[in-house]
Design a binder for this molecule. Sequence first.
Ligand code: NDP
Length: 279
Amino acid sequence: MTETSRSTVLITGSSSGFGRATVHLFRARGWNVVATARRADAWADEPPAEDLLVCSLDVTDAGSIDAAVTAAVARFGRLDCVVSNAGAGLLSVFESTPMTTVRDLFDTNVFGMMVVTRAALPHLAAHGGRVVTVASGSGIVPEPLMSVYSATKFAVEGFTESLRHELIGRGVGVKLVEPGLVRETNFVQRTTETSLAVPVPPGYEDYFAQVVAGYQQESPYRLATESDVAEAIVTAATDDTSRLRHVVGEDTEVSARQRRETSEKDYNDWALARSGATG
Ligand code: NDP
């Protein structure tokens, strides 16, 4: 093992979407990158390079996480940043959502992220490193039919915000990236597929159809792109401020302002009006 002078980042969920774009951007900025994915063949077309290590990592498999972190340090001699990006969505009526589905989503979006963070921490602490976690606008303002997904992203927010306090003394910075809707990744398609497996129970059909139609409409906001999110992740990994949250996309900027800068009553009225509910 030789320690390089270049910083090293490990990124989860790099087979597509934000993860993949973030791998490219960190490399362009001169970092060593450990691109992890459930299927390492997701990077099979990429020519071997000194600054790139591809590892299999399923965030629900602690053994694969330990192996990837060990391989990262063995190859580059250091780990300066971990980006917990792997995640999945769910659009469903809570009443009919099986608890196995709920637990699976928490395993991926919350517990997996925790296990990755813990495995990386000793190495990050050795270099004054950084934890960057991808949350969501749904972890700021919960959207209709996303009770379970929102719950996972609120958990990510609470965990990360608390963690940053205890890591200050260890010299490790902690950051949240909060993207709004980005249609160009696999996320919407994947979420639709998973959601089709959950039945819509009697009494919810019209509501479900109305909410889905709303999601399919063109957004009134300028939505973020995959590269906007990658840029925000790299900024979160490298800025020299104590700023915790990096909001990406006009839709989430509006949500964050309503949630964080208005009274509880104004927020509540706005949230109900936005979803078309009468309260
Ligand atoms: P993609 O579906 O394109 O990417 C999701 C990535 O997570 C894939 O690489 C997927 O791998 C990986 N993944 C899923 N489960 C696991 C697992 N168990 N172990 C390892 N990797 C896993 O979507 P995005 O790039 O859009 O999503 C990335 C993150 O951004 C997620 O956390 C999502 O919640 C969040 N987000 C997305 C938004 C959007 O509108 N796109 C908005 C706000 C937040 P595989 O190919 O193997 O399934």
